[in-house]
Every structure is written in C-alpha cells, then in structure tokens.
Design a protein around this ligand. Structure first.
Ligand code: ATP
Ligand code: MG
Length: 414
C-alpha cells in the first residue's frame, strides 16, 4: 500500500540512526550550555507572515520551499523552514529586550519543499544558536568559535572548512549592488534564467549561482570586498583577528553570500567535500536589521544553524551504544528471580536486557546479537545458593559470584 510509505522527503528514524541524531543534538546542547546559551523552543508552525516578512520575498525559501496552508480558522500557517524568524518573533512577543544580551540555543525539525536527495529532505532537523543584542564582532567570534568546538567534539574537525565573508553594512552593500548590476547588465544575454530574474530583485545571490555560465561571468565581476566602507572593513578585520587569536582556521570566500535577505557583515559556512552537492553542514551570519524589520526594537543579532542529518551522514557508524548486560534465567523457577536481578541492576544505572522466552542456547544467541558485554546466568541450583554465573562475553570466561556482591563484579562493564 503506497500510503504506508512516509511522504516523499521524510523518513522514519530507527533506533540505530536515532542514536547518531541524539549524539549530534546532545553534543550541540552540551557545548552551547558551556558557552552560556539557554535553550528556547518555539512552535513548529507560525503565521506565514513571520517568515515572509523576515526571509525576504526573493529568498528560495519564501518563493519555493514553504509548507503553507490555511487552517480551519482561516489563518495562513507555515511549518517553520528555519529557526531564526521564530526566535526573533518570540523575542519581541515576550519582551525579551529587557534581558539583552541574550544567548539562545534551539533544536528541532524544519520543513522545506525541496527536491529530496542525499542530505536534503523535506523534513529535517537543525540545531542552532543566536546571540541578540551585541553589535560588535565579539559575538561573531563567539558563535563561530562555538561552532568549531561543536564540530571538533563530534570528531569532524579535519574534514570541514570554514568559509567566511563580509557582506558589509547597508551602505557598502548598496554601493556594491550598483556596481554589480551595472557589470552583470552587460552580460544579460549569457546569464541563466534564474540569475536574470534575480538581477533586479536580489543581484548578490547571482554570486553563488551554481550555473556554469554564471560562474564564468561572476569570476570577473567587481568584488564585494572592494566596496566595503571603513566601518565594514574594520569590523571584518577585527573578526578575522579574533578568530586567528583563538586558532580558528578559515578561508576568505569573497563569493559567499547567504540565501536570506536579512544578513549583513558576517556570513559563514562550514563545508565538506564528503557529502557531494550538499556540502554545507553549518551556516550562519549577522542579521542586525531583522528584529526591527519585524516591528520590534532595533536589535542586532548573529547566529547559525546546522543540519543534523548531514552531520550524522559524516559520523557514519561512529561510537557504539553502551553494551548491555544480559540476564539469562535457566529453568522456569529462575524467571521471576531474573526479573528481580534485572530491575535491581537497571536502578543502579546498568543497561540490562532480559529476553522474554527461550532455552539457554537461544538466549545466548540473542545476547550475542545485542552485543552484550556480559551475561548473568541464573540456574535453579545457583539460586538456592544465592549465586549467579557471570560470563564475560568477549573472553568467554565464567565465574560464580554471590548475588549480594554481584554489583562489584559488574563495575567493569558499566
Ligand atoms: P543549501 O545550500 O544546502 O540549500 P541553505 O542555505 O538552504 O542550504 P540554511 O538555511 O543555511 O541552508 O540551513 C542551515 C543548514 O541546514 C544547512 O547548512 C544544511 O546543513 C541544513 N539544511 C538546509 N536545508 C536542508 C534540507 N532540505 N535537508 C537537510 N538539511 C538541510
Ligand atoms: Mg536551501
């Protein structure tokens, strides 16, 4: 039955894979916590306006990718495609400007109507952070350094490059836009269809076009960095200096612009060549105008979001789950005693499994399948002596241990 398949671009995440997802999300949470970020959860859906008014009419997300519907009350609702707009809305709605600067962490599912492929899904998960209320590059340095610590703790540092650029302030971008449009207008006949459409509305996006013809034209275009005014240039210099001081390596990619209209100054992406076309695992930038544009108090902001799926693809098998201890009753009388021992060990923090039925052979087989570190065999004789047989599943060594002191013998498996 076709309808039992998950909707295109969505997936069931089964226990083995879930473990990787958890590792990514818990590492992110743990690092963010150490950097002083508190968690915020905003709703998975918002009024459509929250996104259309912030992401800009020309962004891919707003023009093509939103899951939008009218609910039963007639409101236009959108499943959130990203996290920053919801955080900004929550910031305004909760009067959080009293507490600036704010450092926030979020995690959860996002939804975009895209063409599904490896590392690109219609429902995917992100972890992300935002710093609100800091206009100086200190915040940019902190969020980027947090990102490197996070990737480092996942063991991914060696495969990932940080690309960094400055989009400048509004004045610099306006100056650049003019130069760029005048240059590109001279090549209109060779620009791709998409880029032609962007020429009036969002010409900076043409810089990161993937079309080969566009790439050739763009390679001779005026450079954004040459249009940066003094403020923007010194902001960028301070950021680069700060990162170098912390030992964070980066490449200055002058073509890096981000898909969303609300970015200014800092834009960055952490990319890998190990995932094919979907090589960006974490991306972010500064969005000083966003909250004002939503009708809130002018508040600078900077943040990033990372795609959890893409990071799990890089982790591969990764660290294994904690190996269980398996309790194996031998004979009917031992069943209920086995349950008591199992429960006692679980309450003491061990990961313990007890099969529901079967003879010794079948249960040993299952213990192997579960990759158990040890098995505790409880036979009827043993129970009368109040002992069990502890078997190390790797060496095969067995010894009789008193149930009273059982825990002392298990510590090595914890
Ligand atoms: P891309 O260039 O891959 O479309 P993007 O610029 O749209 O990315 P952002 O909005 O910056 O992506 O989202 C931050 C991160 O979220 C991305 O770097 C990526 O890791 C992840 N991401 C974005 N869209 C998807 C998706 N459809 N499926 C899985 N992960 C995604
Ligand atoms: Mg995208």
């Amino acid at each position: 039955m076709e309808s039992l398949k998950p909707v295109r671009g969505t997936q069931d995440i089964l226990p083995d894979e879930s473990r990787l997802f958890r590792r990514v999300e818990e590492t992110a949470f743990d690092v963010a916590d150490r950097y002083g970020f508190g968690e915020i959860s905003t709703p998975i859906f918002e009024f459509t306006e929250v996104f259309t008014r912030t992401l800009g009419d020309t962004s891919d997300i707003v023009t093509k990718e939103m899951y939008t519907f009218e609910d039963k009350g007639g409101d236009m609702i959108t499943l959130r495609p990203e996290g920053t707009a919801g955080v900004a809305r929550a910031f305004i709605a909760n009067g959080m400007q009293q507490n600036l600067p704010l450092k926030l962490f979020y995690r959860g599912p996002m939804f975009r109507y895209e063409r599904p492929q490896k590392g690109r899904r219609r429902q995917f998960r992100q972890v992300g952070i935002e710093i609100l209320g800091v206009a100086t590059p200190q915040a940019d340095i902190e969020v980027i350094s947090l990102a490197t610590t996070f990737l480092d703790e996942l063991g991914l540092k060696n495969n990932i490059t940080l690309e960094l650029n400055s989009l400048g302030d509004a004045e610099s971008r306006a100056a650049y836009r003019e130069k760029l449009v005048s240059y590109l207008s001279g090549h209109k006949d060779k620009l791709s269809h998409d880029s032609l459409e962007r020429l009036d509305r969002n010409p900076l996006r043409i810089l990161d076009s993937k079309d080969e013809g566009d790439i050739a034209i763009v390679s001779n275009a005026p450079r954004l960095q040459d249009s940066l005014n003094e403020t923007s240039q010194s902001f960028f210099n301070e950021l680069c200096g700060g990162l170098s001081k912390l030992g964070v390596d980066f490449e200055h990619n002058t073509k890096l612009v981000r898909g969303l209209d609300y970015y200014c100054h800092t834009a960055f992406e952490f990319t890998t060549t190990d995932l094919g076309a979907q090589g960006t695992v974490l991306a972010g930038g500064r969005y000083d105008g966003l909250i004002g544009q939503m009708g809130g108090p002018e508040t600078p902001g900077i943040g990033w979001a990372a795609g959890v799926e893409r990071l799990t693809l890089l982790l591969g098998e990764g660290k294994e789950a904690k190996r269980p201890i398996v309790v194996i009753p031998v004979g009917g009388e031992a069943e209920s005693e086995a349950l008591v021992v199992t429960e006692m060990l679980r309450k003491k923090g061990y990961r313990v499994d007890l099969d529901y039925s079967g003879n010794l052979k079948k249960r040993m087989k299952r213990a192997n399948m579960l990759n158990a570190a040890a098995a505790i065999l409880l036979g009827e004789d043993e129970l009368t002596k109040n002992v069990g047989t502890l078997r190390d599943m790797d060496s095969g060594e067995q010894k009789e241990v008193s149930l009273e002191t059982l825990e002392d013998h298990l510590k090595v498996y914890k």
